[in-house]
Design a protein around this ligand. Structure first.
Ligand code: FCB
Length: 493
């Protein structure tokens, strides 16, 4: 089934409020979630290969070994993007595919895959948006200590330079890290993500080295890329809301904001860690030893855009009896609304006495509450706190239990509702003054949803994993129409 072809000009006659004329419409994926071909061309295991092959780590023991075979089917997938009328496609480069040990020269065969993909995108008039790191650290670097080890930050900058050197002439939009909060706090804090360590000290050390690695990568990209290239980072900022207006609940929200948001926005955008975070976590890590001279200057290298990944707000309260730091969190499942997987230990370092609440109302198949107001509020907060820094929604979307009908259709009205609500939320933020330049829907197609395996479907295209057939969901047609109009179609249209 083909989607309506989009024309070169956008219809502006709709009564529905339009988006800015140059608004960038995109979709996003990540290498390990779609590529497969994990042992092709000299690629070595990443931490996600190791983790997913470890019994008990992913639902059903699913791995990214095959995923959606995008490595072999990328031409077909670019055609799907073209049918949607995408202006841009956000994908990540697999570090172990282009630099297998995380050190030394690049493997040309690995880079060639991305050169071919970029060429194909450009031939279809789709702007490539490269993410350098979407969680697939070469296992060799994890064996040397991973992100808690300072050297990983330097290795990341070297890798960034290799990729920029290979693709910089054709790629204008670059993202250093995807959701470093997940890398640090789910990978090393709760352990529900690779490499699966549960150690808050390691998580905080990882956070610092991700901040440093981001900054060093920005330096490397600036030194390699043409001046016009735009550099961003994608953060999954938590829209934290206190359950009540009580002082104790507001204090709980402040602490989650510190270790969930400002641990990255502080160094990357404000030049340093917020004092309250340093105080809150002083019993877990020796910050004075961790932060070397010059680190904060490096981490704060200016960027051109801030990528915002948003799925749902986070509602917190204090334990009624007050702080009991040694207690195991009673609310790890709700804490997982902020990430993936139900952790044995809260990922929020040092906040074991904070309770997480699932707001009543509709949820996605992930169990994540549906609340678009969080996106408007988050964008407006960022606009207020970082005036002059353009924003881009680099991920937003929803999983539902999609099925292909005997007629070969996939009816997903809940996803259309979710998208309509969240795009309207973006539009509201823009109307209130936020400088939001684009929106990347997660995800182009169903894929390997990390610890949840293949059971959670976020795609505009349904993937039959046995045959690898891609089927446009109703939401794909709807999104194509949004792009064509540069506006939200009337409900029912
Ligand atoms: C984000 C990840 C992305 C995908 C979505 C659902 O946190 O960046 O890879 O898993 O969630």
């Amino acid at each position: 089934m083909t989607l309506p072809r989009t024309g070169p000009t956008r219809a502006t006659t709709s009564a529905a409020p339009a988006f800015p004329a140059d608004f960038l419409w995109g979709a996003a994926t990540a290498a390990y979630q779609i590529e497969g071909a994990v042992d092709v061309g000299g690629r070595t295991p990443s931490i996600w290969d190791t983790f997913s092959r470890t019994p008990g780590r992913t639902a059903g023991g699913d791995t990214g070994d095959r995923a959606t075979e995008h490595y072999h089917r990328y031409r077909q997938d670019v055609r799907l993007m073209s049918e949607l009328g995408l202006g841009a496609y956000r994908f990540s480069v697999s570090w172990p595919r282009v630099q297998p040990t995380g050190r030394g020269p690049a493997v040309e065969r690995g880079l060639d895959f991305y050169r071919r993909l970029v060429d194909e995108l450009l031939e279809h008039g789709i702007e490539p948006a490269v993410t350098l790191y979407h969680w697939d650290l070469p296992q060799d670097l994890e064996d040397l200590g991973g992100w808690p080890n300072r050297t990983t930050a330097e290795r990341f900058a070297d890798y960034a330079a290799l990729v920029a050197d290979a693709l910089g002439d054709r790629v204008g939009l670059w993202t250093t890290l995807n959701e470093p909060w997940c890398s640090a706090f789910l990978g090393y804090g709760s352990g529900v993500h690779a490499p699966g360590r549960a150690d808050w000290t390691a998580a905080l050390r990882a956070a610092h080295h991700l901040n440093l690695g981001h900054g060093r990568a920005v330096e490397a990209l600036r030194a390699t890329l043409p001046r016009a290239a735009r550099i961003a980072v994608s953060l999954n900022l938590h829209e934290v809301r206190p359950l009540t207006g009580s002082a104790a609940d507001r204090e709980a929200a402040r602490r989650i904001d510190a270790v969930g948001n400002r641990v990255f926005t502080g160094p990357m955008l404000n030049g340093g860690y917020p004092v309250d975070l340093l105080v809150d976590t002083a019993h877990l890590v020796d910050w004075a030893e961790l932060i070397h001279d010059g680190d904060l200057t490096a981490a704060a290298r200016p960027i051109d855009l801030l990528g915002v990944n948003y799925y749902n707000p986070t509602v917190v309260s204090a334990l009624p009896s007050g702080p009991t730091p040694s207690a195991a969190t009673p609310s790890a499942a709700a804490a997982s609304d902020a990430g993936h997987g139900d952790g044995a230990q809260s990922p929020f370092a040092g906040c074991a006495d904070v309770l997480f609440h699932r707001a009543p109302g509709e949820r996605t198949a992930m169990g994540w509450p549906i609340d678009p107001t969080g996106l408007t509020d988050l964008l407006l907060r960022l606009h207020r706190e970082h005036p002059g820094l353009p924003l881009m929604v680099t991920e937003n979307g929803a999983a539902f239990d999609d099925r292909v009908t005997p007629e070969g259709a996939v009816h997903d009205p809940q996803r259309v509702d979710y998208l309509r609500g969240h795009l309207d939320a973006v539009r509201r933020a823009i109307a209130a003054g936020a400088d939001v330049r684009g929106y990347f829907l997660w995800s182009l197609m169903d894929n390997f949803e990390w610890a949840y395996g293949y059971g959670k479907r976020f795609g505009l295209y349904h993937v039959d994993y046995a045959t690898q057939a891609r089927t446009a969901k109703d939401s794909a047609r709807w999104y194509a129409e949004v792009i064509r109009r540069n506006a939200l179609p009337d409900p029912g249209a």
